[in-house]
Design a protein around this ligand. Sequence first.
Ligand code: NAD
Ligand code: IPM
Ligand code: MN
Length: 347
Amino acid sequence: MLVALLPGDGIGPEIIAATMRVLEAAGVSGLTFEQAPVGGAAYKAKGHPLPPETLDLAKRADAILFGAVGDPNCDALDRHLRPEQAILGLRKELELFANLRPAKLFPELADASALRPEVATAIDLVIVRETNGDVYFGEKGHRKTADGLREGYDVMSYNEAEVARIARVGFETARARRGKLCSVDKANVLETSQLWRDVVIEVSADYPDIELSHMYVDNAAMQLVRNPGQFDVIVTGNLFGDILSDQASMCAGSIGMLPSATLNSANKGLFEPIHGSAPDIAGQDKANPLATVLSAAMMLRYSLGKPDDADRIEAAVAKALANGARSADLGGAMGTVAMGDAVIAAL
Ligand code: NAD
Ligand code: IPM
Ligand code: MN
């Protein structure tokens, strides 16, 4: 099986290197890796954040292991040339519409959560975030108002087919877990959200065994820190899911801990940590690689048919944490390489 390896920018190459060492130590068989530039690194090398060769590799591969993209030196480029367009382009081109972002607290990390330990220990949820639509992909641009003022705009929209397919992923995910689905929207204000809610209710007819609830996104942000244990699966749009997942990460210990899978309807996937390229700590051996290691485990489980290897790697991460492995984001002093070594030792 072919894995496209796309390290990207900032801490991307460091966290991917640590993850590759873990995969090697785990002795996962039958995988071939092919690496390609992506993001700012690809812009510098090839003049485009998602060069045709990189996109072609991603299409040919059975799965994509992705580091992160984003480079402050690229922030002044035309939008279509910015590093972030690479991840958006991959999601769109490969129809990777279902972004699963599990947030679970490893019990050993109760002290690292921003929440009180008794509140934090209850968190065990999955955010199912739509990643092919919403305000991310609507018409956008700049114009002048009638008064001559500069104005920026981004159109938010979802059609019923887009909502129905992500709703089904939400219901199926809940069915494989504790049977509770919370759909998060802003239907009290947005027409996009009213359609979202209507369609989720229609789809729920096929899932009478699932307990469906609806919550406005502002309340959901509050409830996530008040009592995260109330959630099993959250299904939501692209923008709300982006914001809520960063927030959930701090409930579960650190942004450096949360993995993700972004799947298409054939379960082909792109696997990446939910965090970005962290330019403030790049190249300093400070980044926590565990979100990426756990993303690789999700890749083995969801796209490569190797659930046993996934289990072994996740167990090794838990054991490394139990043995006291802590990077700076977890209140410790270990670097990226040492964190990788701790997982390898646990394996
Ligand atoms: P970020 O997630 O890169 O960093 C936010 C904060 O969290 C920083 O202080 C950073 O040091 C810390 N952090 C992130 N990952 C960490 C890790 N593994 N270990 C320890 N600390 C970690 O978000 P940002 O600063 O808003 O964005 C930086 C760049 O990354 C931007 O260009 C942004 O567009 C991009 N970005 C890319 C992705 C992606 O590739 N999927 C995701 C988010 C942001
Ligand atoms: C993420 C990131 C991306 C997003 C950016 C870099 C385009 O924040 O993967 O969470 O908003 O989806
Ligand atoms: Mn994000």
